[in-house]
Structures are given as structure tokens and as C-alpha cells.
Ligand binder design. Structure first.
Ligand SMILES: [Zn+2]
Length: 413
């Protein structure tokens, strides 16, 4: 059979996704499988047993990243890699991350079943703690592997109960002996759900992201004057919460003013002393700005700071702003992106050009290897929630694109 006619087994893919969804499944139909929890260990054990069934060479590195290597005709050539993550958000969904790992597994199962040997080796990967919800920050498995984060620092990151990531790796038996260090990779593909509403709205089956937007995080503190709410007249108050409220609406209005595909969000707020009969004297909130255009995102922040300053002084409040974290936008490899696009069309799947608004392990991978992602629709655009769903047909379509892309790269000399 010509390689171009090869397809994955959609039922088998569905079966692996459903089997994994029973480990840490919630009554609401979602997933609660936090990184390095007992359920994460169970999912890892099952995953490793599936890799062993395929006779892959399994290694676990000191970050707990799990790799399964299928040899090729020319073992000296750098491998093609595909994968994602098996951890989930608290009360998260069944498809985020898992689809990319099970999709890659289905690719390898298909190749084994058909007795196809590729020129290059193929490596499937489950990256540790992509979500960053139990241990922050996110994407640390791929971050350390690509040399962008320090292993000791990441091992020392603690969850809310004070348990360190490194100790938890040891506890569940996944602190491997292999050093967590990148090797040359010929191509990296990550199949993932879109986590937004665009593909569904456009009626397209495959999203072709050209990269991942920049991510700028800020912290803002507004300081006012506390006082008893009853005896203090409205005139002359220095109400930090009212000032913050105005500022938050400025953040919300910003993308429409700046243009350029930007989103801006205040997702976290702490009000002090947070009492119904005291005028708030201190408010801390976060700002998250994302855009494909890093410069535009920086200009947006400058504009916000001016607005914040004006609001603060009009209300007699102090203002302090901090840059917390900035990651530049990450373009994917044009050749691989083109391959995802052409392959999807050849398979008869309508495509949509887009950018990824969320970070992924592919963000770090794109810094060290040619990388591309394949997106499939999220029903209702919902993700990181229990109702997160993608149709089985779309899962299968995404895995078929992954199969054909991995094959093409793995047959390259
Ligand atoms: Zn994910």
C-alpha cells in the first residue's frame, strides 16, 4: 500500500482516549489528573505499558519526561518527535494534551501494524507538568529539556501543600536516570485541540497555526486610604478598588483600540482589607496581554500605564506596576507548517490559518527544532473545563494528518 493511503484506526484512538479518561475522571465528565499525582502515575504506567507492547525503547529522564523510541532503517539520523502531555487542569478536560500523546501512539501503532519501517527513528513523548496548575510555571518538562529552564530550580518548585516537584517525581517513581537534555530533532509535531471557538465557527476541520503569540504578564498594585465607610463622605475618598475597576475596564477595551489580533485580560484580583465596611486601601491585580506582534503588545502596555496613572492620580491613589514574565511570540517552521496545510488538504480536510493563543510544549520545542502543530476543533470553543469535547471524527482526522506528516519527515534522508 502506498504510504499516502495509510490511515489511523479511529476506533482504537477513541478507545485509548476513553481508557485514559477513566484515570482521574470527574463525576462531571472531565478530568482531574494533576501533574505527579497518584492518578498521573497510573496514567504514566499505562502509557509505558502501551509503549512496551510496541517494543519501543522507553526512557524516563530526570524531569519525568517519558520517551518511546521506534528505530528506523538509519539509526544514526536524528529522529522525528511527536507528543504532548498527560497531565490536566483541576477539573479540566479529556482532550487537552492527551490527544497529542494518544494521537502519536496511534501513529506508531499504525506503522507497526502495517509493518512500515521509516528511515529515521520516531520518538513519542509525554512531557511532565505542561499545565503548571499544581506546580508553576507551565511547560517545565519541555522547558528543562530544551535548556530554557534550570533543572534544580524546577525540582524545587512547590505545590500549595509544600511538596516539591522533585520529591513528587521520586515518590511516584518517575525521576528517571537519563539526563534531561535535548538531542538533535529532525521535526517535532504536536496534535492539540484548538481550545477556542474559531474552527467550529468557520466550519473547518484542521487548524494550521503559524506559531504561538507572545505572552506578557504584569502585576499592578493600587494604593488608597482605608476608612470607615459610614462616616466618610463620598467626596475626597481614595478608593483603591474603584480605581482598579476603572483600570480593569481599560484593559478590556485595549485590544479593540490597538487592533492586531490582541487579547488582554485581568484574571486575578486581591482586594484589601476586603471588608464590607472599610474603604479598600490596596488592590493587587494581574494583566495578561497576548499578540502575534510583540511590539504592539509592548506599546499597549505603555498606553495602559498612562491610563492607569491618570486614573490613580484623579482618585488620589498610589500606583505600582511590575513586569512579571515576558515570552516572545514563537513562529513555527514554515516548511513543516506548509506540510500540515498540504497534507490536510490532500486528505480532504478543510483548513484554517491561525495563531495559537495558548502556550504549548511546542513553544519550547520550536526554539530548538523545526516544529509545527495541528489543531482540531473544540466543541463550543470550551477548554480547561469538564465539558471540553472534540468529536471523534475530528480526533481521527487530526491523527491522520499527524500520521502523514510524521511519515513524510521520517522518510527524509
Ligand atoms: Zn495542552
Amino acid at each position: 500500500m502506498p504510504y499516502e493511503d495509510l490511515r489511523v484506526n479511529g476506533d482504537r484512538l477513541r478507545d485509548s482516549l476513553e481508557t485514559l479518561a477513566r484515570i482521574g475522571g470527574t463525576p462531571g465528565g472531565g478530568m482531574h489528573r494533576l501533574a505527579l499525582s497518584d492518578d498521573d502515575k497510573k496514567a504514566r504506567d499505562l502509557f509505558v505499558s502501551w509503549l512496551q507492547e510496541l517494543d519501543l525503547e522507553v526512557t524516563v529522564d530526570s524531569m519525568g519526561n517519558i520517551f518511546g523510541r521506534m528505530s528506523g532503517r538509519r539509526p544514526g539520523l536524528s529522529p522525528v518527535m511527536a507528543g504532548s502531555h498527560l497531565d490536566t487542569q483541576p477539573k479540566g478536560g479529556r482532550f487537552d494534551g492527551v490527544l497529542g500523546v494518544m494521537g502519536a501512539l496511534e501513529v506508531l501503532r499504525t506503522l507497526r501494524e502495517k509493518g512500515i519501517e521509516t528511515e529515521r527513528p520516531i520518538v513519542i513523548v509525554d512531557w511532565t507538568n505542561e499545565e503548571g496548575s499544581r506546580f508553576s510555571p507551565a511547560m517545565v518538562g519541555s522547558g528543562v529539556w530544551t535548556g530554557k529552564l534550570d533543572l534544580q530550580w524546577v525540582h524545587g518548585r512547590k505545590d500549595v501543600h509544600g511538596r516539591a516537584l522533585g520529591q513528587e517525581l521520586e515518590r511516584i517513581g518517575y525521576k528517571g536516570s537519563t539526563p534531561c537534555k535535548s538531542w538533535p530533532v529532525h521535526a517535532y509535531y504536536e496534535l492539540h485541540i484548538e481550545q477556542g471557538p474559531v474552527l467550529e465557527r468557520e466550519g473547518k476541520r484542521i487548524g494550521v497555526p503559524r506559531g504561538i503569540v507572545c505572552l506578557h504578564w504584569y502585576d499592578v498594585v493600587v494604593e488608597g486610604t482605608a476608612n470607615q465607610v459610614g462616616p466618610t463622605p463620598m467626596e475626597g475618598r481614595n478608593d483603591a478598588l474603584c480605581a482598579a475597576a476603572e483600570m480593569i475596564l481599560k484593559v478590556n477595551a485595549l485590544p479593540a483600540e490597538m487592533g492586531g489580533n490582541m487579547v488582554a485580560t485581568v484574571g486575578e484580583i486581591h482586594n484589601h482589607p476586603n471588608s464590607r465596611n472599610i474603604i479598600p486601601d490596596r488592590v493587587h491585580f494581574t494583566v495578561d496581554i497576548r499578540s502575534w506582534d510583540d511590539q504592539l503588545a509592548l506599546q499597549a502596555w505603555e498606553r495602559l500605564k498612562k491610563d492607569f496613572q491618570e486614573i490613580a492620580s484623579r482618585r488620589g491613589c498610589g500606583l505600582k506596576t511590575d513586569v512579571t514574565w515576558r515570552v516572545e511570540h514563537v513562529p513555527f517552521d514554515e516548511r513543516l507548517v506548509q506540510r500540515v496545510r498540504e497534507t490536510s488538504r490532500r486528505l480532504g480536510y478543510p483548513t484554517h490559518e491561525m495563531v495559537s493563543g495558548a502556550g504549548h510544549d511546542a513553544s519550547y520545542m520550536a526554539m530548538v527544532a523545526p516544529t509545527a502543530m495541528i489543531f482540531v476543533p473544540s466543541i463550543g470553543g470550551r477548554s480547561h473545563v469538564e465539558v471540553e469535547r472534540t468529536s471523534w471524527e475530528d480526533c481521527e482526522a487530526g491523527a491522520n494528518v499527524l500520521l502523514q506528516c510524521v511519515l513524510q519527515s521520517a522518510m527524509e534522508g
